[in-house]
Design a protein around this ligand. Structure first.
Ligand code: F6R
Length: 609
């Protein structure tokens, strides 16, 4: 997730306006920043790695001439957060500048094609193919205008994008386009703005034209023209008025970041499916060769590791040890050696216990692999291979979208490894890959159909003094995560166990009305789990079940239930099944009068540069 902005101003210089707008978009990404402005037939560009204030202090981002320009605040996906990778990116002639938010999946192929045609690339980003593609279109057909050259270029792109393009040859316009990444236009008299999000221009105008997927927009002082990319037909759309405060705009109208981030999951999961094959393959090769694999993390990321241990075992027949990072050195420190591989999972890439485990493993010559949401974080610097999970910044302290994205990456990795090891038939592989592709839509359906239900259940149980979360198999990991969410944001003391273990002690807590949440996908553990439900019901527990749609048997046993779409494979189930638990925790916290974004005594690790 990055933030893009562009403006065409009647009288003022664009750079200070771009700088302020980027600051309002910094919640979308903050590892590097850049501005390009057009003046006297030239592009003037300032960009560097670092937060906006840091870059401004060194380069004075306001000091660029011209009243048309674009800017970008980055959250790295391809290429480390370095100056050379910061946007805007330009073509060979330095006349076309592009800012981009999204992921171009076929950039490697496009780059090779363009390099064969003589184009020179400077960065490691996927974005840089775009100015070169536009340049190439203009080279081949000099009579094209910028808008049509952009149209030709975007038709070659696979993946997601919101772009804003300026060119010295048509200095009075900005051409924008979008596919799957957000883009909005703000209008105010003769001044026109384009941005990833409304907060960017909200202090300047609240008259907003929403750009839809598959549209290209040409903005100038005189006009705002929207075309469909597929067939160039013109679209007419009037501005809407948004009466949002700045805070509401940043949260996109949601009352809390946590709820916004829960709702962002379908989009994040789509991004997570756009990982580069090369890195997945490389990581799978290391895992395949290892004598032993430790999956090391803290908190929610540890729960992702726990779920992954089932995925690796069931799909690739690889035994892995999920380990809580703060215990790693004590538990396994002495046994780690050159044949060990540590896959460290950390959203922030900065969690002290995770880094300490990694460092202790490195001292013993083990191989370190990293999965993180923060490119350029300490974890990326110490990992032999790392993968960026593509979730964008998470502002709510409780991990939600970053958890489901981690699970999606780990599932992709398990599938790669399964293929490498020849452990799963091609048919099953194809089936699972297809299902993984469907997960974003499934999560969207769950949010649509279960949010009201989660609210209702939250109202019923909001005063509960304790909660149990039980599941079997891979759903034990889901249970642990559901418990952590409820505990950390709603302050409800909660307990999670693999359901089979509940009768070895925890069951003594159960009395009449004691709420127990069972995670019950229709998998191999369901029959035994029903036995556990009956045991608890017999002791007067209130049963809340997360079930597959139409599971009448469990519905009859449950006091309340949340229904998940049919046909989700067992190994992928923690991704969608975690979502109703996030919603439940969120609404219980809100109903208890708490702010779920800022639970007491907790803070998010931040990326330290
Ligand atoms: C819980 C939560 C924490 C983090 C943990 C690890 O909602 O956010 O438990 O998961 O602190 O953080 P990272 O993944 O940044 O290492």
């Amino acid at each position: 997730m990055c933030g893009i902005f562009g403006c065409i101003l009647k009288e003022k210089n664009s750079a200070p306006v771009i700088h302020e707008a980027l600051k309002r978009l910094e919640y979308r990404g903050y590892d590097s920043v850049g501005v390009a402005a057009l003046h006297n037939g030239r592009l003037h560009i300032k960009k560097d790695q670092g937060k906006i204030d840091e870059v401004h202090e060194v380069h004075n981002l306001d000091d660029l001439p011209g009243n048309v320009g674009v800017g970008h605040t980055r959250w790295a996906t391809h290429g480390a957060p370095l100056k050379v990778n910061a946007h805007p990116h330009v073509d060979c002639s330095g006349q076309i500048a592009v800012v981009h938010n999204g992921i171009i999946e076929n950039f490697t192929e496009l780059r090779v094609e363009l390099e064969n045609l003589g184009h020179i690339f400077k960065s490691k980003t996927d974005t840089e193919v775009i100015p070169h593609l536009i340049e190439e279109s203009l080279r081949r057909n000099p009579s094209l205008d910028l808008a049509n050259a952009v149209l030709e270029a975007v038709k070659k792109l696979e993946g997601s994008y919101a772009i804003a393009v300026v060119s010295t040859n048509e200095p009075d316009k900005i051409v924008c386009a979008r596919k799957e990444s957000p883009l909005v236009i703000g209008v105010e008299g003769d001044n026109v703005y384009c941005a990833s999000d409304i907060p960017a221009f909200l202090p300047l105008t609240n008259r907003v034209v929403m750009v839809e997927d598959g549209e290209l927009v040409i903005i100038s002082h005189e006009s705002l023209e929207i075309k469909k990319i597929a067939d160039s037909t013109t679209v007419t759309r009037e501005p809407e008025i948004f009466d949002w405060t700045a805070e509401m705009a940043v949260k996109k109208g949601y009352p809390h970041f946590m709820l916004k981030e829960i709702h962002e999951q379908p989009a994040c999961l789509r991004n997570t499916l756009r990982l580069q094959d090369h890195y997945l393959d490389l990581m799978a090769t290391f895992l395949d060769r290892a004598r032993e694999v430790f999956l090391v993390a803290c908190g929610t990321s540890y729960h992702a590791c726990l779920a992954a241990s089932y995925m690796f075992s069931k799909l690739a027949f690889l035994a892995t040890y999920p380990v809580i990072a703060s215990e790693f050195a004590e538990q396994h420190g002495k046994s780690v050696n050159i044949d060990s591989t540590i896959l460290a999972v950390s959203q922030s890439g900065e969690t002290a216990d995770t880094l300490a485990s990694v460092n202790s493993a490195r001292e013993r010559a083990a191989t370190v692999l990293g999965l993180t949401n923060a490119m350029g974080s300490s974890l990326t610097r110490v990992s032999r291979v790392y993968i960026g999970q593509q979730s964008g910044p998470e502002i709510g302290v409780a991990a939600t979208k970053t958890f489901t994205s981690q699970l999606s990456v780990l599932a992709q990795l398990a599938l790669r490894l399964a293929k490498k090891r020849g452990k799963v038939s091609q048919d099953e592989m194809d089936f699972l890959a297809e299902k993984l592709d469907e997960i974003p839509d499934i999560v969207e359906t769950i949010i649509e159909t279960q949010e009201e239900n989660a609210k209702r259940i939250a109202e019923k149980y909001k005063d509960a003094r304790t909660f149990f979360f039980l599941g079997r198999g891979v759903s034990s990991a889901t249970a642990y995560e559901g418990r952590l969410k409820l505990m950390e944001i709603a302050y409800v003391p909660s307990i999670a166990f693999p359901a089979g273990e509940s009768k070895h002690g925890p069951i003594s807590l159960v009395e009449s009305g004691f709420p127990i949440l069972f995670i019950c996908p229709k998998d191999g553990t369901r029959k035994t789990l029903i036995g556990n439900i009956m045991e608890m019901k017999a002791r007067g527990a209130s049963i809340i079940a997360v079930i597959e749609e139409g599971d009448e048997e469990i519905k009859k046993l449950a006091d309340d239930y949340m229904e998940m779409p049919k046909g989700i494979p067992e190994v992928l189930s923690p991704i969608p099944y975690a979502v109703p638990l996030q919603l439940l925790a969120y609404y219980i916290a809100v109903k208890r009068g708490l702010n779920p974004d800022t639970p007491r005594n907790l803070a998010k690790s931040v990326t330290v540069k």
